[in-house]
Ligand binder design. Structure first.
Ligand SMILES: O=C(O)c1ccccc1N[C@@H]1O[C@H](COP(=O)(O)O)[C@@H](O)[C@H]1O
Length: 201
């Protein structure tokens, strides 16, 4: 897989994600180029073993974990606390996948265990499906925790995003997360399109 991380970094994103799920076409191995301090490196995991996550955090100096599987609140809290003991402060981003409806009650037990939520679209894969969900579901968002809006977001969603950010349900929307809609091939991002997107936002 060919990555263009250094070029993407020149666009000054707040976060850059690296996929540590071996079944993904974007499975990351190798070296991360030196990145400016203002870019947070996020490891994307799916029901990964505790020790594997710890190893990847240390190897790549990750600043956040994006958890796309069935990770329990206890697991989220434990991994953060274990890493803290060795001076690795990581943000825990727990992912919830939405189809048409979503029972936000599930968030209650995660409130103390994670720093952010990320709302993605439910699909065949645990992430990276390339489809948007109906963001109006977020009208029922009960929390004050900042969340990432994700799932199939591309240039064609710009008008919708600009409308969404005026709505009350976007109050805690903290970041817009993009992935497959900006790719020429898995992992290879389309720089000009990302640039256009960022500028338009
Ligand atoms: O991209 C993947 O292959 C992937 C695999 C397993 C878990 C998450 C994955 N990607 C993340 O999913 C969201 C949404 O992506 P998309 O815009 O629908 O392509 C994003 O955070 C990706 O980093």
């Amino acid at each position: 897989m060919k990555l263009n991380t250094a070029e993407v970094a020149q666009l000054r994103p707040d976060y850059l994600g690296f996929i540590f799920w071996k079944h993904s076409s974007r499975f990351f191995e190798g070296e991360i180029p030196e990145l400016p301090h203002y870019i947070n490196k996020i490891g994307v995991f799916v029901d990964a073993e505790f020790d594997y996550i710890i190893k990847m955090v240390k190897k790549y100096q990750l600043q956040g974990l994006q958890l796309h599987g069935h990770e329990s609140p206890e697991y989220c809290a434990e991994i953060a606390s274990e890493l803290k003991k060795t001076n690795h402060k990581v943000d825990i981003i727990k992912v919830f996948s939405i189809k048409e409806e979503f029972d936000f009650d599930v968030l209650t037990t995660y409130e103390k265990a994670c720093d952010y939520y990320l709302f993605d679209t439910k699909g065949k894969l645990p992430g990276g499906n390339g489809y948007t969900f109906d963001w109006s579901v977020l009208k029922n968002y009960p929390s004050t925790k900042p969340y990432f809006l994700s799932g199939g977001i591309g240039l064609n969603n710009l008008d919708k995003i600009n409308e969404f950010i005026k709505l009350p349900e976007s109050k805690y929307c903290f970041a817009i997360d993009v992935n497959s809609k900006f790719e020429a091939a898995p992992g290879l991002k389309k720089i000009e399109e990302l640039q256009l997107f960022k500028k338009a936002l």
